[in-house]
Design a protein around this ligand. Structure first.
Ligand code: NAP
Ligand code: GDD
Length: 322
């Protein structure tokens, strides 16, 4: 039985990845941080509590990583832990670099010294590209990285560290450059779930309008369930290397709003208010990923479409909010 260790196990992707790995026969271990309200921390993995084993730790605390790796001795390490909110990263830039870059360095050092035979996955991000776009309108592995946020910068450093540790120490360490992915478990301060929740509240008469930032930026939105299966394929490829995971389609935030409100028989233009608070000091305007390689070489295929994903999120909020 293979053993997987997941940092960020109680996040959106960590919860889907745990379910997927359990379903294919893995033993699943996870690192969680201590929080003052422990119920908030575990709601995404509540149903898995009997099946997974979690340890308190923090990727900025090297000693905690050493202890967990020594105890678990995993075959696969998935580093999903991060300060993952781009706009918040402008407000806490050093914290973001500390967790997302130096935290990864701590993990790589511990991995190299304690369990170098394991395989390592790093949750890299399309935010690393910033506003670089190839002439055909896509981003791919060769697209220059010009990040436009402290979060993007932090992920570029981590990406380079993973490449360096792979080359220098012959480790099976890979980066998955994942484009935006969502689900009903997405934090409600990310735009998809914020729009869906807000629109349902308006539909149910609980709210009059919804405040957003930039409506013109475009994102390539997939489903977390599909993307965690890609993470597993990446680690189970013989050669460690980097991959792009994306849908290859993009939409603007305005188009997202139009779809969601329309499904609820509302006109978004009557309810959306722009608030400067949600505009970023520098905006990444356009993301569309070329995932042809992972489809051709590893056989990855998403099951969800944009519409089925958003419909699932709407259905959940319609049931949740009375
Ligand atoms: P998420 O829901 O915000 O989950 C992040 C997880 O990291 C949470 O469990 C969080 O724990 C944990 N964490 C934060 N700081 C930590 C630390 N110092 N030590 C240990 N754990 C820590 O994010 P997600 O959407 O699942 O994304 C997973 C990973 O993929 C992240 O690295 C993200 O940057 C990256 N990524 C995400 C996307 C996307 O669109 N979702 C795209 C590309 C890359 P708490 O609950 O205690 O905060
Ligand atoms: N969050 C948020 N809130 N975003 C808004 C809002 C708002 O009120 N109004 C407009 N937006 C726009 C943002 O400016 C951005 O252009 C787009 O909606 C998407 O924002 P988020 O959902 O916050 O995601 P993100 O693209 O910044 O970052 C996500 O994707 C990255 C991969 O590209 C995160 O999951 C990152 O962790 C991930 O790496």
């Amino acid at each position: 039985m293979k053993k997987a260790l997941i940092t960020g196990i109680n996040g959106q992707d960590g919860s889907y990845l745990s379910e997927y790995l359990l379903s294919i026969g893995y033993e699943v271990y996870g690192m969680i941080r201590r929080q003052s309200v422990s119920e908030n921390q575990s709601y995404r993995i509540q149903n898995l509590n009997q099946k997974i084993k979690t340890f308190y730790g923090d990727i900025t605390d090297k000693k905690s990583i050493d202890n967990i790796l020594s105890e678990v001795n995993p075959n696969e390490i998935y580093n999903l832990a991060a300060m993952s909110h781009v706009r918040v990263s402008f407000e806490v830039p050093s914290f973001t670099i500390n967790v997302n870059s130096l935290g990864v360095l701590n993990l790589l050092e511990a991995y190299k010294d304690i369990c170098p035979e394991a395989r390592f996955y790093q949750a890299s991000s399309s935010e690393m590209f910033g506003n670089s776009i190839d002439s055909d309108g896509f981003q791919r592995l060769t697209t220059p990285m010009n990040p436009t946020s402290p979060y993007g910068c932090s992920k570029v450093l981590a990406y380079n560290l993973v490449n360096h540790y792979r080359n220098a120490y012959d480790l099976h360490a890979s980066n998955g450059i994942l484009f935006n992915h969502e689900s009903p478990r997405r934090g409600t301060n990310f735009v998809t779930n914020k729009v869906v929740k807000g629109a349902v509240e308006i539909k149910k008469g609980l709210k009059k309008n919804l405040e957003l930032g930039n409506l013109d930026s475009s994102r390539d939105w997939g489903h977390s369930y599909d993307y965690v299966r890609a993470m597993h394929l990446i680690l189970n490829n013989k050669q460690p290397r980097n991959w792009i995971v994306a849908t290859g389609e993009n939409r603007t935030v305005r188009e997202l709003c139009a779809y969601v409100f329309d499904r609820l028989e509302l006109n978004y233009e009557n309810y959306i208010i722009q608030n400067k608070k949600f505009i970023r000091p520098e905006e990444l305007k356009y993301l569309k990923g070329d995932a042809s390689e992972i489809k051709e070489k590893l056989g990855w295929q998403p099951e969800y479409t944009f519409n089925t994903m958003i419909d699932e999120m709407i259905d959940l909020w319609m049931r949740k909010i009375s």
